[in-house]
Design a protein around this ligand. Structure first.
Ligand code: ATP
Ligand code: MG
Length: 333
């Protein structure tokens, strides 16, 4: 295996930051094993891309790579989606249908958003991982599972174990090799490279000239916290290419969230409260500040969570978790 584009990435994965290079080393080591890997990362960081890269660099590459988003399939259908069903197994099972584990035979399955899998299904999955066999819903015939299992999640599974929504035994069985993709804001040096990558890709596809991005604009883009990570960046490049007609991207062409980010989003360090004489309960204080900021952002955004998340430089899922935990109740107006 080798890196591509003069050390700017690893197969289709772009990034030359130290954190990404570490990730490439781990991918290289795990790819050609049959070990289970859990890929952790915020939304849009490239979890599926990394899973596919692992598959393509394994000896299973000639067989199927089958992703399944466990969070997107209705609860009552997920078992049949994973393991298939026999005709008549349940109302609506008009024909026999093979599941994703069978489809991925000889290849790799990606169980995306594994944290969303319900407890009874977690038990069934654990059995497949241990015994390497399963049955279709409504059948007693056992089928061998020659499948490599990769899982991905943007949830903290250890926390999910603590609150009882994820089984500890499954966690240890899955988490043989954990792989963490850092959010884009923790590897800002990759931002210009990724912009160039997507720009060239779209321009090649549409036979266009790439846009010029002056240093001032690139500085704003690099300073932005990218709550939607690489996906958000990819969408921005596409949007700029559609809307720009001068060939050069000025800062005022960037969407509002980028412009308001520049200085106002920096933390006002000269505005900090003094440490009280008799000390302070730091967690309680930070908690209060956090709650207050979230309430203000929600009010400013008219209760629209996506907008409030942008204002706070958080991704939507993180904001939703915080709102729930802190019992904040502000509805869309
Ligand atoms: N490092 C990268 N280099 C090039 N493209 C990337 C990189 N990271 C992500 N992408 C691209 O960004 C988009 C989002 O990536 P992907 O779907 O793999 O993210 P994800 O972590 O699975 O997101 P989600 O949690 O929302 O499912 C894809 O088009 C992918 O090809
Ligand atoms: Mg994904």
């Amino acid at each position: 295996m080798s890196e591509n584009r003069e050390n700017c990435g690893f197969y289709g994965i772009i990034g030359y930051s130290a954190r990404m290079k570490t990730l490439y080393r781990v991918i290289e080591k795990v790819a050609d094993t049959d070990s289970t890997v859990v890929i952790y990362g915020e939304s849009g960081t490239g979890k599926e891309l990394v899973a596919k890269t692992i598959h393509l660099n394994s000896n299973r590459c000639r067989n199927a790579f089958v992703p399944l988003n466990c969070g997107a399939v209705p609860r009552e259908l997920i078992e049949s989606e994973l393991f298939g069903h026999e005709k008549g197994a349940f109302t609506g099972a008009v024909n026999t249908r093979i599941g994703r584990f069978e489809l991925a035979g000889g290849g790799t399955i990606l169980l995306d958003e594994i944290g969303e899998l319900e407890l009874p299904l977690q038990v069934k999955l654990l059995r497949v991982l241990q015994e390497r066999e399963f049955e279709r819903v409504g059948s007693t015939r056992t089928i061998k599972a020659d499948v490599r299992v990769l899982a991905a999640t943007n949830r903290d599974l250890e926390k999910a174990i603590k609150d009882g929504s994820f089984r500890e035994d499954l966690y240890y069985r899955l988490n043989v090799i954990p792989l963490v993709i850092p959010p884009l804001r923790e590897r800002r040096e990759d931002v210009p490279l990724l912009i160039e990558h997507f720009m060239n890709r779209y321009c090649k596809k549409r036979d266009r000239k790439p846009l010029i991005i002056p240093k001032e604009t690139m500085d704003v883009l690099t300073a932005y916290p990218w709550p939607g990570n690489v996906r958000e960046l990819e969408n921005l490049v596409e949007r700029l290419l559609i809307l720009n007609d001068t060939g050069t991207v000025t800062t005022d062409e960037l969407p509002e969230r980028f412009r308001s980010n520049t200085l106002s989003k920096e933390f006002p360090v000269n505005n900090l409260p003094d440490l009280p004489q008799n000390g302070v309960n730091l967690s309680a204080m930070l908690n209060e500040i956090e709650k207050n900021m979230i309430i203000q952002a929600l009010e400013r955004a008219g209760g629209v969570k996506n907008k409030a998340a942008d204002i706070l430089g958080l991704n939507r899922t993180t904001l939703l978790e915080k709102i729930k935990k802190k019992g904040i109740d502000i509805k869309e107006t």
